[in-house]
Design a protein around this ligand. Structure first.
Ligand code: ADP
Ligand code: ZN
Length: 293
């Protein structure tokens, strides 16, 4: 079996593994994200030890963003404007390539997750949106089998949305935009809007209507812009599984029967779904990046 390396770089942890997308991981580790030097020293340790399993044919890096994806630009592989202390300007690709000495293929964590969900889908599909609603809101897009990378990468997690009246004058938590989608609906926004609720919300709590409305607005925008065959919703906030039927119903309502083939609940149940990957989808996606380069 040809062996590849996979790195899913996240704000709280880096998951590193060796193996392949189809064969799974032979060895894997989770390294807590600290400053870049300390973190990459631990990543180097993992790949040095994993060397005993055999040589790597390449490594895939599925990284948190924003990150430069244009191979022709000087910022390729660099972390761009971020709130993560010490990481802005870090050249993720160069640092990883120095450790492993094989080609490194890069995409965002959510684009890689979208690729993985396409690969693992029971039906043959070529258009999929992967959304994570966690510390932030990230969106990865596969259109006609390829991840969307233009000047940068999709940032629709920061799209502007219509505010829900039950949110009152909640200002939003996005450092850049205040009440963009991420500022209103990511985990920290939920915690800030309803600090006394923790993570358990009574059935009549406004959280359900507010959160599902914002996510449904995102689903509508995704349907209108890239016509996905599937919208996968993951991340910490989506552990509240009762959101799924609410989001499907609200998306239908917002679309108002306008989009052909997207106007009944049965379709919504197949369209808006949780992830199917057992392993973190970003890690599976990182293998796919390495294998396709
Ligand atoms: P990250 O985005 O850092 O990768 P997660 O996807 O686990 O991490 O998301 C973490 C965020 O999700 C936190 O803001 C947390 O408050 C929120 N969260 C985690 N679990 C739940 C839950 N069961 N219900 C609501 N929010 C949750
Ligand atoms: Zn924002």
């Amino acid at each position: 079996m040809t062996m590849f390396g996979a790195v899913e770089a996240g704000g709280t942890k880096f998951v590193c593994a060796v193996g392949s997308a189809s064969g799974g991981s032979l060895r894997t580790t989770a390294i807590p994200t600290r400053d870049p030097d300390t973190t990459f020293a631990d990543i180097a340790g993992f790949f040095r030890q994993a060397g005993e399993l055999g040589p790597l044919a390449g490594v895939g890096l599925a990284s948190f963003g924003p990150i430069g994806l244009d191979p022709a630009a000087p910022t390729y592989g660099h972390i761009l404007a971020t709130t993560k202390p010490g990481w802005e300007g870090t050249n993720m690709v160069a640092r990883l390539r120095d450790l492993v000495d094989v080609p490194v293929a890069l995409d965002t964590d959510v684009n890689a997750a979208a690729l993985a969900e396409v690969e693992r889908s029971a039906e043959a599909i070529r258009n999929l949106a992967y959304v994570t609603i966690g510390t932030g809101i990230g969106v990865g897009l596969v259109v006609d089998g390829r991840t969307v990378k233009g000047f940068g990468h999709p940032e629709v997690g920061h799209a502007l949305v219509r505010r829900h009246p039950a949110h009152g004058d909640f200002p939003g938590t996005c450092r850049f935009h205040g009440d963009c989608l991420e500022g209103l609906a990511a985990g920290p926004a939920v915690a800030a809007a309803w600090p006394s609720s923790g993570q358990s919300f009574a059935p009549d709590h406004p959280f359900w209507a507010v959160e599902s409305d914002y996510i449904a607005q995102l689903c509508m925008t995704l349907i209108l812009t890239s016509s996905p065959e599937r919208i996968v919703l993951g991340g910490g906030v989506m552990q509240q599984e009762a959101l799924f039927p609410l989001i499907r119903a609200r998306t239908l309502e917002l679309l108002g029967g306008y989009v052909h083939g997207r106007s009944d609940m049965e379709t919504m149940e197949r369209l808006i779904v949780p992830p199917v990957c057992n392993e973190p989808p970003g890690l599976v996606g990182a293998y796919l990046l390495a294998e396709h380069q």
